[in-house]
Design a protein around this ligand. Structure first.
Ligand SMILES: [Zn+2]
Ligand SMILES: [Zn+2]
Length: 278
């Protein structure tokens, strides 16, 4: 009974919680993360209403294969990287991103990172797995960019790893936790690009035994790419350990200044309307 009691307690608690949740849904349907409104047309797996789902911005137009910067004159480059990437070639051989990091996708990523809506990883990762299936097929393993253990403990999970799992499983590729974050680096927010690089230099360490004979091509997965300093440092660590080619796939990339929209972020959610997980 000592062991059963807490289990039964949890079960009863959960079922009461679910009934209350359903009653609240019945009285007031769930909110869209994008516009914070209820929708009678339903909320999808991204926790978005149909109107907001239509507002997700995929990357369009010709872009640099190294940093995804939009190219003004693609003919002049003929598929080669932009000037900045030629001057300083990135450690990732290719970079792909699911969406631009702008509302309403930004609110979905915030939900995943800061509101414990871990089920959103399945929606985001599932969509990416379908769209980037050929990239996945070419990679031998999927590696998530790790969080420092203290941050992972506080959050309860690493959002990049949850997304990476959704990519690795359908492609039948192993998910390899090959990297470890060495120190709790200072938050990157507010730092300039060179300072971010300096802050993250040597931030990752190869975990476990060295690769015997190397690995031809791995996929590195992260949630949001801002300056690329995190991916750069992680990819360098993989290459030093013997991974031949590294392709990076991120859920979203910060838009370049010329493609930033004027959309204002939605109002903050009141505490009693935080989307609830089933
Ligand atoms: Zn909406
Ligand atoms: Zn570039």
């Amino acid at each position: 009974m000592d062991r059963l009691a807490p289990r039964i307690g949890r079960l009863i608690g959960r079922s009461i919680g679910r009934s209350i949740g359903r009653s609240i849904d019945w009285i007031q349907p769930p909110l869209c993360l994008g516009c914070r409104r209820t929708s009678h047309r339903g909320i999808d797996r991204f926790n978005l209403c149909p109107a907001c789902r239509g507002g997700l911005r995929a990357l369009t137009g010709p872009r640099c294969p190294g940093c995804l910067a939009p190219l003004a004159d693609p003919a002049a480059l003929d598929g080669r990287p932009c000037a900045a990437c030629r001057r300083r070639p990135p450690a990732c051989d290719r970079l792909f991103a699911g969406w631009l990091y702008a509302p309403p996708l930004r609110e979905v990523v915030h939900g995943l990172k800061f509101h414990r809506l871990d089920y959103l990883a399945a929606a985001l990762g599932g969509d990416l797995a379908r769209r980037f299936a050929p990239v996945l097929d070419d990679c031998g393993a999927v590696v998530p960019v790790p969080l420092h253990w203290a941050r992972a403990l506080a959050r309860g999970y690493n959002q990049a790893e949850l997304v990476a799992r959704e990519l690795a499983d359908p492609a039948a590729r192993p998910l390899v936790r090959a990297l470890r974050r060495r120190a709790a680096t200072r938050p990157q927010t507010g730092l300039s690009r060179p300072r971010r690089r300096a802050n993250l230099a040597g931030a990752f360490r190869w975990r476990g035994r060295p690769l015997a004979g190397g690995a031809p091509h791995w996929l590195l997965v992260d949630d949001v790419l801002t300056t690329g300093a995190t991916l750069e440092s992680a990819a360098r660590t993989l290459k030093r350990a013997g991974v031949g080619r590294v392709t990076a796939l991120v859920v979203a990339i910060t838009p370049h200044p010329e493609e930033r929209g004027a959309r204002r972020p939605p109002p903050a959610l009141p505490w009693w309307r935080t989307p609830r997980r089933e």
